[in-house]
Design a binder for this molecule. Structure first.
Ligand code: KG4
Ligand code: ZN
Length: 328
């Protein structure tokens, strides 16, 4: 069995997964204290991880009915993510692995999102294109094997989930904004406002900062009262632009690689219109259950299966790496 720990952002996660990909426990402690700030506060996230991580690990082992003697490997997210948050997970995982004299697998968070597709009774087998869109990252990857993927495109500025969150904030909705914006958009006309879909930007990279500015100007031009009255139309048009921007890159990626199958991941994969638009691409579309799309440790355990583990005690001193440029 693999014990995995994931603390790259604001969810404290621990999971127990078998080498065959069966999920025995997948514990996610959402911190729930960042909402009032309209986004994740890194220092608070790190302190909350410290308060929650031992409990999350204990709960995962208990749910799996497992003890240290049942484990063959400890896995942990090494990066990218918030450095203080990652440090808590890495320190916990290396300490546990050392105490139990187990090997340790450092896992890349994005590899984890891709590997979510390999879990459960009906794993989605490579090759396929994988679109990962969350609050922290947006990328399109060509997945050719369990641990083999090439990043074809990534966001040059905001992540897709961040675009949802910032748009929602402009429309006076709460955080996280994606679900709230989707609900408001349900009664709106996606063609009411022509927001930029990035169609004129060639290639497979994403960009959402222009869209955010377009919404800001539209709200300003309408005035506060009228913007509130047209809220559903603004939300629907804005959501449409994000979905089109994502779908267009998927379409181009499919054409460029000749792949016929697509997996979605990240919190934005919960979005109804995105799922519908992806389903209409003509490719076979796989969306893992929501608990495996958002940040979780089961996906980290899944990815760990194709990472060369560091033997005891070589991993003492393992250092996390932070979020890089471009929403990764
Ligand atoms: O993967 P995730 O849970 O966490 C991190 O990014 O850390 O993704 C959260 C993101 C948020 O930006 C949220 O607004 C977005 O996913 N999201 C959605 C929906 N549900 C969550 N965006 C659009 N539509 C949704 N239904
Ligand atoms: Zn993530």
């Amino acid at each position: 069995m693999i014990l995995a720990i994931e603390t790259s952002c604001d969810d404290t996660c621990a999971a127990v997964v078998t080498a065959g990909g069966e999920i025995l426990a997948n514990v996610i402690s959402s911190q729930g204290i960042h909402d009032r700030f309209g986004g994740v506060v890194p220092e608070i996230a790190a302190r909350q991880h410290l308060a929650l991580v031992n409990h999350a690990v204990g709960a995962a082992l208990q749910e799996a009915g497992a003890g240290p003697g049942d484990l063959g490997l400890v896995a942990v997210t090494q990066g990218p993510g918030l450095i203080g948050a990652l440090l808590v997970g890495v320190a916990t995982a290396t300490a546990l692995a050392a105490a139990w004299e187990l090997p340790l697998a450092p896992v890349d968070h994005l590899h984890g999102h891709v590997a979510a597709a390999f879990l459960g009774a009906k794993p989605f087998a490579p090759p396929f294109l994988c679109l990962v869109a969350s609050g922290g990252h947006t990328l399109l990857a060509d997945v050719t094997g369990p641990g083999e993927f090439a990043v074809l495109g990534r966001t040059l500025d905001d992540a897709a989930g961040e675009a949802f969150d910032k748009g929602a904030r402009l429309l006076g909705l709460g955080f996280p904004g994606g679900p709230a914006l989707e609900r408001l958009a349900a009664d709106g006309d996606p063609a009411a406002f022509a927001f930029p879909t990035g169609a004129r930007m060639p290639g497979l990279d994403f960009s959402f900062s222009g869209l955010k500015t377009a919404l800001l100007y539209a709200v300003r031009d309408l005035g506060e009262a009228e913007a509130r009255r047209r809220g559903a139309d603004l939300a629907a048009s804005y959501q449409h632009a994000i979905v089109e921007s994502l779908a267009l890159r998927l379409e181009r990626g499919l054409a460029a690689t000749g792949r016929t199958r697509v997996a979605l991941g990240g919190g934005v994969a919960a979005n109804g219109p995105l799922r519908a638009r992806a389903a209409a691409l003509g490719a076979e579309v796989f969306v893992p259950p929501r608990s495996l799309c958002t940040d979780n440790a089961a996906m980290i355990a899944s990815a760990a299966r194709s990472v060369a583990p560091l033997p005891f005690p070589e991993y003492l001193g393992l250092e996390p790496y932070p979020t890089g440029a471009g929403g990764l």
